[in-house]
Ligand binder design. Structure first.
Ligand SMILES: C[S@@+](CC[C@H](N)C(=O)[O-])C[C@H]1O[C@@H](n2cnc3c(N)ncnc32)[C@H](O)[C@@H]1O
Length: 142
């Protein structure tokens, strides 16, 4: 079982929000394949401290690498392998990440558009599910 932890510097939404419902739906579909969890942090500092010992870290940044969904699937599973089946995906504070973290993490862009945390998390959850389906060779990705 793979573990993907989404770390977000920002306020957690209500568990009843549309966003939490959407992410829960993909987490449910991923059950048994990838254990998808989210941790919310009050600040970028706190986020960075909490992942200091994690080996595989992917940070979302508009300046990051752009990939298609097949490329994302490969990046996700390569990163999971590098991290011993565990990966941290970080969604940053408004001011972005420190150079220290940017230096050791892979940077990934979701598009040139600026997305709020909530939408970035929903897009990420769906793309992780898509990545798993691409890997499985199901008909979901077409
Ligand atoms: C609201 S955005 C920060 C916006 C930043 N102040 C700016 O104007 O570019 C907060 C976080 O969401 C993530 N994010 C937002 N849009 C993104 C995109 N298109 N690609 C990758 N990450 C994105 C990044 O992790 C960013 O640190």
């Amino acid at each position: 079982l793979y573990k993907v932890d989404i770390h977000i510097a920002g306020r957690a939404p209500s568990p009843k929000s549309w966003e939490a419902a959407a992410v829960d739906e993909y987490a449910k579909r991923l059950r048994g394949t990838i254990d998808l969890k989210t941790t919310w942090h009050k600040s970028g500092d706190q986020l960075e401290k909490s992942i200091a010992k994690m080996e595989a870290v992917l940070c979302l940044s508009p300046e990051g690498k752009r990939v298609d969904s097949e490329g994302f699937s490969k990046l996700l599973y390569d990163s999971l392998d590098k991290g011993g089946s565990r990966l941290c995906l970080c969604i940053g504070p408004a001011e972005g990440f420190t150079d220290e973290l940017r230096g050791r993490a892979s940077l990934l862009s979701l598009s040139d558009l600026t997305l709020p945390h909530q939408l970035a998390r929903v897009v990420l959850a769906e793309q992780i599910y898509r990545a798993a389906e691409i890997r499985r060779g199901s008909g979901y990705h077409k």
